[in-house]
Design a protein around this ligand. Structure first.
Ligand code: NI
Length: 220
């Protein structure tokens, strides 16, 4: 399942991120690619930027759709990537495990938060293979997409402009994608019923069901 998270960052936050990245030192993205992805990766990554990364991570952790869809146990450090004309990230699948042994994270989900105005660059679509074919994703600045890290995906060659994005991975409390989808559907229904003024007694029953499924499925 692929989920679009609108407005993770507001316009002024995107502007701040772009300002900070303007002064960043960029290095070859191959330096942080796993063995499987290295050959197909051709982009740039910002060095440092931990404070900006933490800012993006906090914004993500407050987003209601992210909370319902990811059930995040841990989130990787955020990386900032840049594609210039001719750069791309060929078809690959993300490493299942990332990080140093003492901080190892299982990558259940990947996310890309778009930072550049989509009208300012051509190409650079994040393209994800799923059961119903390929989906090409190019979102307004500040929006993010959450997708299975185990999917085959690529970033199409950039034709013009510059494409900046924040990327990272999530280890979920709920390892199984089907179980996560059930919890997501129920939490979506819950927020719509709450907005429609459903009876408190029924909301409580729904909360109980969601919590008990989480108790059944969560790994702690
Ligand atoms: Ni990837």
């Amino acid at each position: 399942m692929l989920i679009v998270l609108p407005e993770v960052l507001l316009a002024e936050d995107v502007a701040r991120a772009l300002r900070e990245l303007d002064g960043a030192v960029w290095r070859d993205g191959k330096a942080t690619a796993g063995p499987a992805a290295r050959a197909s990766k051709d982009n740039l990554q910002a060095r440092g930027m931990e404070a900006l990364g933490a800012f993006v991570r906090d914004a993500l952790e407050r987003h209601p759709l992210f909370l319902g869809a990811a059930r995040a146990r841990r989130i990787s450090p955020i990386m900032f990537s840049k594609y210039e004309p001719g750069m791309r990230y060929g078809s690959h699948t993300d490493d299942a495990l990332m990080g140093a042994p003492e901080a190892r994270l299982r990558t259940d989900l990947a996310f890309t938060l778009f930072l550049s105005d989509p009208a300012s660059y051509e190409g650079g679509e994040l393209t994800i293979e799923g059961p119903s074919g390929e989906q090409a994703v190019k979102l307004p600045a500040g929006d993010a997409v959450l997708y299975p890290a185990g999917s085959i995906h690529h970033v199409a060659p950039l034709q013009s402009g510059a494409r900046l994005a924040a990327v990272g991975w999530v280890e979920s409390y709920v390892r199984d994608a089907g179980q996560r989808e059930i919890l997501f559907d129920l939490s979506q229904a819950r927020s719509r019923l709450a907005a429609a003024g459903a009876a408190q007694s029924e909301m409580l029953r729904l909360d109980k069901a969601i919590s008990n499924l989480l108790r059944m499925w969560a790994e702690t």
